[in-house]
Design a protein around this ligand. Structure first.
Ligand SMILES: [Zn+2]
Length: 418
């Protein structure tokens, strides 16, 4: 089967490019000329319907007509079809009628980023690449390394010297070649770009590769299918680069366009208060490139986002809004969610939960609201960050009366270990 990709359109000047054309708009340049992949949805509609989906594989390849790959090669540890978890006690705590958590921490490498990395690895194979590369210290890199290992491709990762050991461990365990650059993230990004050009490696950087959104949108496709008969009012997602929230909206919108759902949900974009250029661009229409990094939620610590236009278009098209949350609110959300649901969220996912609290306080959401929250990564991805949020154990002498004293003092019923 050939993919249904029809053309690519520049999000800045709206120029149209063929599928074998450039990955960014030459007229607008690499910073502004981000392209959007457009599909022939008429053709998709002919084979993708509820009956067909009912019998399909429980991974994100069930939406193969909507993915930019001719013949998918699903990986051994496959990606997607993560659970949607009803969380009534968290809903009560957040002051809304219903909360469901889309737990993408269940993906093979522990994050939402397995969706685009899995599609990228397939796209790379179809283009004849034997090596994939990216510049990242976070979930994008570890997911690419894991998917490349599963597919038997070589993988090169460029990181700055500030990379924490915990993040290196996952990359190295998957057998990636990790270049630790004695420089900044920008240096790592440039070296990755030059290497892809020189050696013909497949470039998995969200600023340069328009096909990653197509993998990420399967998060939205799944929310649409899992909520088909029982739609939410809002879908909340944290925002760093802007690529993921745009993709979640794109998935929801495409399921509506092909007739698999008949509802729309508003999209709530959540940024960290300390690093919120997309929120400000939503208000002003312009990106301020002068900001600095500095939030605890490192997956969304992106002072110069590349996909900000896609993000604000998506939120506006859905009738949604943006909110910002302080790091303290994010930490509170991580421990509240863990305690009330059994889901251990990474800080960036905690931001999405804190965003629901903020939106409720601002009156965007009401007591009757029904919200899906995207849990973009597992808390084990950032144990150091988690430890800052969750408090301390009760250190005691090895004497039973100390246990008794703690129990009688109500330690088991306390809602916090802080
Ligand atoms: Zn352009």
């Amino acid at each position: 089967m050939m993919s249904h990709v029809a053309r690519l359109t520049c999000v800045c000047c709206h120029a149209v490019y063929p599928t074998d054309g450039p990955w960014t708009c030459p007229a607008c340049g690499p910073d502004d000329g981000v392209l959007d992949v457009e599909l022939d949805l008429e053709a998709v509609r002919k084979t993708m319907n509820r009956d067909a989906l009912a019998g399909r594989v429980r991974s994100h390849w069930r939406y193969r007509e909507l993915l930019p790959v001719d013949t998918p090669h699903p990986l051994p540890a496959d990606v997607g079809w993560t659970p949607l978890i009803d969380a009534p006690r968290l809903a009560k705590e957040l002051g809304v009628r219903r909360v469901r958590l889309k737990d993408d921490g269940r993906n093979p490498s522990g994050s939402f980023k397995d969706r685009p990395s899995s599609v990228a690895v397939n796209h790379a194979i179809e283009r004849g690449a034997t090596t994939v590369a990216c510049a990242s210290t976070g979930n994008a890199a570890s997911s690419l390394a894991g998917c490349a290992a599963a597919a038997g491709l070589r993988c090169a990762i460029f990181v700055s010297q500030l990379v924490p050991d915990a993040k290196l461990a996952q990359l190295l365990a998957y057998g990636a070649c990790v270049f630790k650059i004695r420089g900044t993230y920008a240096d790592a990004y440039d070296l990755c770009t030059q290497s892809c050009e020189r050696f013909g490696w497949y470039n998995r950087n969200a600023g340069a590769n328009p096909y990653l959104v197509e993998g990420k949108k399967t998060g939205g496709l799944e929310v649409a299918e899992q909520c088909a008969e029982d739609p939410p009012d809002w879908v909340a997602c944290s925002v760093g680069d802007g690529c993921s929230i745009a993709a979640v909206h794109k998935g929801l919108a495409q399921m509506r366009e092909i007739g698999l759902i008949d509802w729309q949900a508003r999209v709530l974009g959540v940024q960290a208060a300390a690093v919120s250029p997309v929120l400000r661009a939503f208000a002003t229409g312009k990106l301020d490139r002068s900001g600095k990094s500095g939030t605890y939620a490192d997956s969304i610590d992106v002072p110069i986002p590349r996909n900000w236009r896609k993000a604000i278009h998506a939120v506006r098209a859905s009738g949604g809004d943006f909110v910002a949350v302080a790091d303290e609110q994010i930490m509170h959300a991580v421990r509240t969610t863990g305690r009330l649901t059994g889901v251990f969220a990474e800080p960036a996912a905690g931001a999405a939960i804190a965003g629901v609290v903020e939106a409720r306080a601002r009156g965007l959401l009401g007591a009757s609201s029904d919200v899906v929250i995207m849990i973009t990564g597992n808390g084990l991805k950032d144990v150091g960050g988690a430890m800052r949020a969750v408090g301390e154990p009760h250190e005691i002498e090895p004497r039973f009366e100390e246990v008794v004293r703690a129990v009688e003092a109500g330690r088991l019923d306390s809602s916090s270990n802080l």
